[in-house]
Write a protein that binds this ligand. Sequence first.
Ligand code: GDG
Length: 464
Amino acid sequence: MPRLVVVSNRLADPRKTAAGGLAVALRQALEASGGLWFGWSGRITENGTPGEGEVTRQQAGAVQLVTVDLSREDHNSYYERYSNGVLWPVFHYRLDLADFDANGIAGYRRVNQMFAHKLKALLRPDDLIWVHDYHLIPLAAELRAMGCTQRMGFFLHIPLPPPLMLAALPEHDWLVRSLFAYDLVGLQSETDVTHLTRYAAAELGAEAAGAHGWRAFGKTLQVRAFPIGIDVDEFQALAKGRDAQDMYEQLRRDYARRRLLVGVERLDYSKGLPQRLKTFRTLLQNYPENQGSATLIQIASPSRESVDAYAALRTELESLSGAINSEYGELDWMPLRYIHRNVARKRLPGMYRAAAVALVTPLRDGMNLVAKEYVASQDPQDPGVLVLSRFAGAAEQMAEALLVNPYDTARTAEAIQRALQMPLAERQQRHQALLARIRTHDVHWWRESFLNALQQIQTSEDKA
Ligand code: GDG
C-alpha cells in the first residue's frame, strides 16, 4: 500500500485512548502505511499574520503528525465565519441561518492555500491523499495548481443539499468545480450522491462517464456513497468496562420503576433538539400513563459557542426544559434531565444500555453515529428501541428502527409510545437486524472501501 496522507481540520491524538472510532480507524490505516496526518493544531496566534502559521511535527509510533497554527484572523474567517457560519448551515438545509454577508470566503481560500503549500513540501510522488470534510473542499484544487498529481480522495461527513439549495451559496460554482480536482468524492448516503451528481449535470454540464464517473471540463471524478460506521467491537468492549457498568447499574437502580429515554449530541441546530423536547412534552400530554414514569436524559454537549445561532439555541433549550419540568414534574419525579456538559465516552455505553428508547431525531444529519452506538450497546436479549429521524443519513441503512419525521411532533410522540410498548420478540428482531448491518458496515469497512476505491482509480494525469 502507498503511504497514506490524511488531511482534516482537526487531528485526534492517536495516542489518547479517549479518541473515538473514526480516529482509531484512521490511525490503523496510517500506522499500516507509516502515514502522515496533517491539519490545524487547534492553536490560534493572537497577532499572527493571515495566511501564515507555524508548523509542528510530532511522531506517534509509525505515524507522523504535522499541524499548523492559525492566526486569529484566519481562524475567524476560515473556521468560524465560512465553514461554520455558511457551509455548515447551507449543507444542513438551513439557508435561514447562513450568514452570507460575513465575508469569510477570502480566509477560507487563504487557509486552504496555506495548508496546500505546507503539505506539498511533505508529499511523496506516490502518496495516497485523503482529505476530510467541508473545511477543506478546495484543498485538492490548490494542490493541483501547485503541480501535485497524487491520487486524492475527499470524504464529506455532512449532508450534501439538493442542487437548488446548494446554488444559494454565492460561491457554489467555484466550490463544486474544485471538487473535480479530486479523483474520488465519498458521501454519506445515496441521497447525497444524487444531489451532487444532479447539481454537476445541471450547473456544470457534467456527463456520466462509466460506473460512478462524472466528467466536466476535461476532468473525471468518481462520486460514491460510503456510509460511515462505528467500531462495533471497540464500543462493545467499552460497554464491558467498569465505568460503563457502573453507569448502567446506577441508572437501572435509580429508574427501576420508571422508563428511561436518552438523547446524546453536540448542542447543534441540525440535531432537532427543540423539536425533540416538544415531542417529549407531547408524549406526556397525549399518553398520560407516562407521567411519573418516562424520563428523558438529554445530553447536549457544548459546541461552537461563539457562533450566535448556537447561543440562541442554548437559551431556547434551557427555557423549554424548565417549562416541561415545571409543568409535569412531581416532588419525586422530574421528566427531563437536560445536561449541557460533556459526558465521558467510557460512560456512554452504560447510559445507552440502560435506556429503553433512544431518540435520534436530527432535522438533517450526514450519518449520525449515536444511532449506531446505541444499537451496539444493547443487551441482545432485552434490547431497547431506536427512534430515528428519516432525515439522518443513517436512516438509509437502519430501516428496522422506528423512522420518524421530527417536525411532526404528534406522530413522533406516537412512535415513541410504540417503542415504549414494543413486545420483546419484536425488539429482539429489529435489534438483531440492525446490529448485523452496523457490524458488516463498520468503520473499518468504511475506511477500506474508500481507500480501495481510491487506489483502483488510474493516476490523475488529467488533474494537474
Ligand atoms: C459529523 C456529522 C457524522 C456526543 N456527545 C458526547 C459525545 N458525543 C459523541 C457521540 C458520537 C459523536 O460525538 C457524534 O457523532 P455524530 O455522528 O452523531 O455527529 P457529529 O459530531 O455532528 O459528526 C455526522 C459524523 O460526522 C461522522 O461522519 O455521522 O452526521 O455531522 O460518537 O457519542 N461523546 C462524549 N461525550 C458527550 O457528551 N464522550
